[in-house]
Write a protein that binds this ligand. Structure first.
Ligand code: ADP
Ligand code: MG
Length: 376
């Protein structure tokens, strides 16, 4: 027994595992804001306030008027892989919420100074402040004044990951700009939700960054965010892509779903707004390009490239403003590719891109090539 050597492979201690994994869910300021805003939208909020302190370095706070958290859920709300949204893998294709992994809040507990304030309509103006330990276990609940809804506070993000904290501080401005364009996308697409974003620099005053109203159109949201001048430059995007059963999409989704009629092609529509190829002051606008799949903001680098390419063949001097929502069958893409769900795997992307380019070229060919005076 004494001659037995110490084993070199050991299980990583639980707390360290949690910290390692959390760092992959919450990678930057963008993921903090994205997870919190999506939770508010999932809670049915019609009003969302995002408050930054020091551009998010000191604090990010997201307040909503959604349904709140019920006392029975206080214990589990920030535990890893605890979610009210998904019970099994099979639910994934029919899911209509943003979240489903139950990882965001538990990760934030591991990476920031974190607490929640929440109240439901039946609680009146009496809410609870919830504090958690680093693993997401409920530490204490205290009575606090609160309006109906939930406020999640994330202070000093990455305070315990010195390398990442330093990196964030160094790139703070750029990170903040990225966060704002992410918020633009959520605010533009969420026509039933009032968004309000503010920032307060140390020793400075609280500054309103942008806001939208509820019960609007995407057009009105664009005006609120980018100004009325942008709208004069835009054409409506409304493309129906022919995805014949033979080119993959129809057959594949029919195969996945045995009850579906075999010759039915789900087709794809692209709705939104895009710069007229003839209009503009020559400004480049790659930061004003937003992509969605069934209204979920996401990164679609190949779709973006295809649209920009077609646009460039009509106007070589500027980049377009793009707001493009791909409406498609939930069986024809996969959002479960990366923890942040920003990367979406589209089925039969090659056929989709070809069809998109053809339709967009046709649209620009028919576009009125005079500068519009007014589109309102
Ligand atoms: P997920 O969104 O994948 O379920 P999260 O860790 O983001 O995982 O959230 C865990 C749970 O906490 C959610 O399923 C939801 O029930 C609850 N929750 C989080 N944020 C809010 C909120 N703003 N309002 C109401 N409930 C919330
Ligand atoms: Mg979530």
């Amino acid at each position: 027994e004494a001659s037995k050597q110490m084993a070199t492979i050991r299980a990583i201690e639980g707390r360290s595992v949690h910290q390692i994994q959390s760092g992959q869910v919450i990678v930057d300021l963008n993921s903090v804001v994205k997870e919190l805003v999506e939770n508010s939208l999932d809670a049915g909020a019609t009003s969302i306030d995002v408050r930054f302190k020091n551009q998010g370095l000191d604090s990010v706070e997201v307040q909503d008027n959604g349904k709140g958290i019920s006392p029975e859920d206080y214990e589990t709300v920030a535990l890893k892989h605890h979610t009210s949204k998904l019970a099994s893998y099979d639910d994934l294709t029919t899911l209509d919420t943003f979240g489903f992994r139950g990882e965001a809040l538990s990760s934030l507990c591991a990476l920031s100074k974190f607490h929640i304030l929440t109240a439901r309509s039946e609680d009146g103006a009496v809410g609870k402040r919830l504090d958690f330990d680093i693993s997401g276990k409920l530490k204490s609940t205290t009575v606090a004044a609160a309006q109906k809804g939930t406020t999640v506070s994330v202070d000093e993000i990455f305070y315990n990951l010195p390398v990442r904290r330093k990196e964030l501080e160094k790139n703070s401005k750029r990170e903040y700009v990225k966060v704002l364009s992410l918020l633009h996308a959520y605010a533009c697409i969420s026509v039933g939700v009032r968004f309000s974003v503010s920032n307060q620099m140390p020793k400075g005053k609280k500054i309103a960054v942008f806001s939208t109203k509820s019960n609007t159109t995407t057009k009105e949201n664009i005006v609120n965010i980018y100004g009325a001048k942008t709208l004069l430059a835009l054409s409506r995007l409304d493309l129906s892509l022919d995805m014949a059963p033979g080119d993959g999409l129809g057959t594949q989704s029919a195969r996945n779903c045995s009850t579906q009629v075999t010759d039915r092609s789900p087709g794809i529509r692209i709705e939104g707004h895009i710069s007229r190829p003839v209009f503009g002051d020559g400004r480049q606008a790659p930061d004003r390009q937003m992509f969605f799949v069934n209204s979920r903001p996401c990164l679609l680098p190949q779709v973006s490239k295809a649209i920009n390419e077609v646009y460039k063949s009509f106007n070589t001097s500027q980049s377009p403003f793009i707001f493009a929502n791909l409406i498609m069958d939930t069986n024809s893409y996969d959002v479960n590719v990366s923890p942040d769900k920003r990367t979406i795997m589209l089925h039969d992307q090659t056929a989709l891109l070809e069809s998109l380019k053809t339709a967009l070229t046709k649209m620009f060919d028919q576009t009125d090539h005079t500068v519009p005076q007014s589109t309102l």
